[in-house]
Design a binder for this molecule. Structure first.
Ligand code: CU
Length: 566
């Protein structure tokens, strides 16, 4: 079914081209990061400024989203109330930014649950549009899953029930409304949902004030500090400014000890490769990955570069005791802008080939290399009208130009750590963290091939676009399935399945890197690659979706339905 709303969202892509060809001399001068990066001149400014790690102002301290207090508790359940409404946020210096948020803030308040204790959240829609709230990574009844057409109309409320019968971990709740998830999340409808487990607390990992969620997103601002939502039809919404916990390139004062950071890439479309660098150095510092989407890894994995697809979460431990007080460290995205990480995600020599990734991944930060070619070759440049990437017939050229040029602003600086004080560190990172009982291929009762493609207008899975009236896959409860995810398009797609956490079985026939060996609900499927996952749907029958978590792709049809049980 072609939803009429799609015609509207398609216009956003056309709007991007129009902006690229008509705004070459906007009110913002050279180097004005507040001006939308839609002209060739502005792009070159961004490329050069992006080479100066630590150059932009780290003006605002990192905010920590407030933890939501329950309205009541009983023997089995914690009850919460949230009102979705518009608000104003100090996202960067200058004017406040209009947003739409849970309780009117972005990110929304953090909900902290306890494993096996039920949480009920009453979401009241005090905004103007239909909404549907999904708790990402959760095993829930279909009626509480935030199905795309399970609308909460303006003025209405809906009670969502979360059993939390699953691993402790870093999850997140966000809007999931059919066709408009992208603009809704972009405007602020995302928040952390953390499940704690008393058993995990005994590990003595960094906790309390040293356990910090980091929601990383990219945004574009208009001159008046309002958010500009003008997605690239092909890539989705890519922004020129990194926000962490709702603030542009913030700083955080830290002590000389270990911290746990719960990293969530909440970007609409942009993949990240997170690195940590001492100011003035190009050397990526080591940190430890201790958890993935669905909870603790079996053992910590030391990395210097962590690829994080949209919607993925990884928990990291950074030990600042190795740096003198006064040291400044930059958190950077090592993917260059234009390539979208395409080459880095590929199987040969890419980030997944081994620990830490090969040297040279950060070369996209060098002036010019991030865009790789002369202006005009790729999407949205002066010759954008010559590139037939909307009709899909020029696929090969699209693939080439994608890697070479495009209106994709680089996004290098994410935030800054300032080692501000000495402190003792009672926390530890044990060599054994959790028990990941991986599913076995030999136990699988069925297989399914999911092919990622583009039909010239919409993104597709198995040549289909989303139809809420059609069931696409049947799965039995408590049975193990292997799904083979094959990407036949030239850009990476982050795959997300509802209801069940999965194991990544292999990527192009090879075992996944160790930081991807735990529980996942989202996995990047690189161009031309096949990723196989193993999962088992449990407890709840009903209709659930699986989709690309590039939100603009999802809104343009890259989503199907799984009927679980009978
Ligand atoms: Cu996609």
């Amino acid at each position: 079914m072609m939803n009429p709303n799609r015609a509207t969202t398609t216009l956003f892509g056309i709007g991007w081209i129009a902006a690229a060809t008509s705004c070459s001399s906007g009110p913002g001068g050279a180097g004005d990061r507040g001006e939308h990066a839609s002209s060739v001149a502005a792009l070159s400014d961004l490329v050069s400024s992006a080479s100066l790690v630590g150059d932009p102002p780290f003006e605002i301290a990192l905010p920590i989203p407030p933890v939501l207090a329950p309205t009541s508790r009983d023997a089995s359940t914690d009850y919460y109330g949230v009102t979705i409404r518009s608000g104003l946020a100090q996202m960067r210096a200058g004017a406040l930014t209009p947003i739409v948020g849970f309780d009117g803030i972005a990110p929304g308040p953090t909900i902290v649950a306890t494993r096996a204790r039920t949480v009920q959240v009453t979401q009241h829609n005090a905004w103007t549009e239909n909404l549907s709230i999904h708790n990402h990574g959760h095993k829930v009844e279909a009626s509480s899953d935030g199905h795309p057409t399970d609308y909460v109309a303006p003025g209405a409320s809906k009670v969502y029930t979360y059993p939390n019968d699953q691993n402790a971990g870093t999850y997140w709740y966000h809007d999931h409304t059919m066709d408009v998830t992208g603009p809704h999340v972009y405007q602020g409808l995302a928040g952390f949902y953390i499940i704690r487990d008393p058993a995990e607390d005994t590990l003595e990992l960094p906790a309390g004030a040293y356990d910090i969620p980091l929601l990383i997103q990219d945004k574009n601002f208009n001159g008046d500090n309002s958010l500009a939502y003008e997605p690239d039809e092909f890539l989705g919404l890519v922004g020129d400014t990194a926000l962490v916990n709702g603030v542009a390139t913030p700083y955080l004062d830290v002590a000389t000890r270990k911290y746990r950071f719960r990293v969530l890439n909440g970007s609409n479309a942009r993949p990240l490769a997170v690195q940590l660098r001492v100011r003035g150095s190009d050397t990526a510092q080591a940190f430890q990955v201790i958890a993935s989407d669905g909870g603790l890894l079996e053992a910590p994995v030391e990395l210097t570069t962590l690829p994080v697809a949209p919607a993925e979460r990884y928990d990291l431990v950074v030990d600042f005791s190795q740096y003198p007080v006064g040291t400044k460290l930059d958190v950077v995205n090592a993917f260059d802008g234009a390539s979208f990480g395409v080459s880095d995600w590929s199987d040969a020599g890419g980030l997944w080939s081994g620990v830490g990734g090969p040297p040279g991944i950060g070369v996209g930060r060098s002036p010019g290399i991030g865009f790789g070619g002369p202006p005009g070759i790729g999407f949205g440049g002066p010759n954008a009208g010559d590139v037939s990437w909307l009709d899909g017939t020029d696929w090969g050229d699209d693939a080439t130009s994608l890697g070479g040029a495009g209106p994709v602003p680089a996004l290098t600086n994410l935030m800054e750590f300032v080692v501000a004080r000495s402190e003792a560190d009672p926390s530890v990172v044990p060599t054994r963290l959790g028990n990941v009982q991986r599913l076995e291929l030999g136990d699988a009762v069925g297989t399914k091939q999911i092919v990622f493609g583009f039909d010239g207008t919409d993104w597709t899975l198995n040549d289909l676009t989303y139809d809420p009236a059609r069931l696409d896959v049947n799965s039995e409860l408590d049975q193990i399935y292997v799904w083979s995810l094959t990407n036949q398009s030239p850009i990476p797609h982050p795959f997300h399945k509802h209801l069940a956490q999965f194991n990544v079985l292999d990527i192009n026939g090879r075992a996944p890197p160790s930081f991807m060996s735990g529980w996942k609900d989202t996995v990047m499927v690189p161009p031309g690659s096949t990723v196989r996952i193993l999962f088992k749907d449990e407890t709840f029958s009903g209709t659930y979706v699986f989709h690309c978590h590039n939100l603009e792709h999802e809104d343009h049809g890259m989503m199907l339905q799984e009927q679980v049980g009978r």
